[in-house]
Design a protein. Structure first.
Lengths: 196, 196
């Protein structure tokens, strides 16, 4: 599948030492991967920051039934990206249908893809944050718990809603808020900001 | 430290197969543990569901500098609980001060504790969800990544805001919404519900 290298508007680099702040508040993610010319994207509610600083890391749970997991294991790379309110339906769709049953899943579901300059990982347009990760192989945990660890190599955000290391949900369009899956396609939307 | 076994009002059991829904939307948690008569509570933004069903599991990252981690390692048990808006200040306080520097931390910070009937794990009053976990020892991941895995043995929620396996933020008092840490004491509050 050929993918445009034209990045979406507002696609802005996030310094590595700040990228944990994209995921610190627990959003649901889309996981994408590419291997052998094949792309896939799935949804995952079970993704989490594992470390910050100069070598930020994330965890994500990838079920053995998913094609995306096989692409991650084969390529050793994946991207996590944060869908927003406008993409709630898309998130349910890519999380419900498997490329194993629907080989043309991304085309059928009209998932708009792009790639960053100098990279070939498929990224989803319209998200509000993106993290490209290198798999840190941990076979025991992958096999026993379906738990995958990635070291973040690059990150971006939609500058309208995340800049200077902070989310700006209160001032950005509401459609750009992150979504946090509960169950059965119901999401909690990121709300107001409070200082503790 | 003696702890009351009088449970807070609205403290209601959550069936194990539904307990993942307490954490699925990515809230910040308070981690508590007890060993040798010593209790501690810390805050953790990096906690996540690992598995659901009859043997639900969670992950939580516990820094080596924390006393709570030592109590977890010594006792093999811990609790995760979900602070709400009303507890944002308390969450920052228990996440900032260490029992290593402040031995009477829980008393000094006036953290209101209780324990469930038949159990001695210290739980925090005023939270909106509680999960008691048995540590599944994984020394490599604990040492290398500070990553701890727990199997949930019992769970409860404040029935005003979580019942029938769902959050009811839209109808419950706003102070009972979960909080999701970004950085520096700033939290995103759980907002509206949308269906994808």
């Amino acid at each position: 599948m050929s993918i445009t290298h034209t990045c979406p508007d507002h696609f802005t680099p996030v310094p590595l030492e700040k990228c944990y702040r994209l995921m610190n508040h627990g959003p649901t993610v889309l996981v994408s991967a590419r291997h052998g010319g094949e792309d896939d994207v799935m949804a995952a509610a079970w993704a989490c920051v594992l470390d910050y600083g100069a070598a930020p890391k994330v965890t994500v749970v990838l079920d053995k039934a998913t094609r995306t997991r096989e692409l991650v294991e084969a390529s050793g790379r994946f991207a996590l990206q944060l869908p927003c309110v406008a993409q709630a339906g898309l998130t349910v769709a890519v999380g419900t249908h498997s490329a194993k049953d629907m080989p043309d899943k991304l085309a059928r579901l009209k998932v708009p893809m792009f790639a960053a300059q100098g990279d070939d990982l498929p990224l989803v347009q319209g998200c509000v944050g993106w993290l490209i990760c290198r798999l840190l192989p941990e076979p025991h945990h992958q096999h026993t718990y379906d738990l995958f660890i990635g070291q973040v190599e690059a990150a971006w955000a939609d500058e309208r809603v995340f800049s200077q290391g902070r989310w700006h949900f209160d001032t950005a369009p509401d459609d750009l808020r992150t979504i946090h899956h509960v169950a059965g396609g119901q999401f909690i939307v990121a709300g107001a900001s409070v200082q503790g």
